[in-house]
Ligand binder design. Structure first.
Ligand code: CTP
Ligand code: ZN
Length: 156
């Protein structure tokens, strides 16, 4: 392809690249990271782009930002297998993929309104991973099973 037909997202100098996001999930990831109008950082988003591994994928690049473990666990819930690259001085200094842990604590609200974790008693939510594909989590307290759509809506 001629060079003038290629439009690639620029490399970043410093920050985080979230690659191999399942196609259609980029906006959910942005929401998890509270990235909105007044972010004040440079964020590049590519949706529905060709991927060797996945067929189609979404990609997000956030300059100057490093993600914490709670953010990474939340991303795993909506984009299992996404690749995180930490960039410094234009080089990838660390690269790993996000994985849903076997026990998910404190990042998801149980969708059962009667669950003790919704009673105002300050019991931290806790879920067990039942299945990855499709994603099913089970509340440790009330045993309510939650599936993808329900999970995405209730990430805290
Ligand atoms: N990247 C970036 N800025 C840099 C370095 C890398 O935006 N200064 C991005 C790349 O575009 C890629 C990701 O970070 O999306 C991982 O970089 P690298 O490991 O160099 O790329 P690939 O080998 O192409 O990665 P993969 O095999 O994971 O697709
Ligand atoms: Zn519950």
């Amino acid at each position: 392809m001629a060079d003038d037909k290629l439009l690639k997202i620029e490399k970043i100098q410093k920050g985080t690249v979230i690659d191999h996001i399942p196609v259609g999930r980029a906006l959910k990831v942005l929401k998890i990271l509270n990235i909105d109008d007044d972010i004040g950082l440079t964020v590049s988003i590519a949706m529905h782009v060709k991927s060797k591994k996945l067929g189609l994928k979404d990609v997000i690049k956030i300059e100057e930002r490093i993600l914490d473990s709670s953010e990474l666990n939340k991303i795993a819930l909506v984009a299992e297998g996404a690749t995180i690259s930490i960039v410094e001085d234009y080089n990838v200094i660390k690269k790993f993929s996000v994985k849903t842990p076997d026990i998910i604590t404190g990042i998801l609200k149980c969708s059962n309104p009667k669950c003790i974790t919704n009673s105002g008693e300050h019991v931290k939510s806790s879920f067990l991973l039942v299945s990855k594909e499709p994603l099913v989590l089970k509340c440790h307290y009330c045993e309510r099973e939650m599936e993808t759509e329900d999970i995405i809506e209730n990430i805290q």
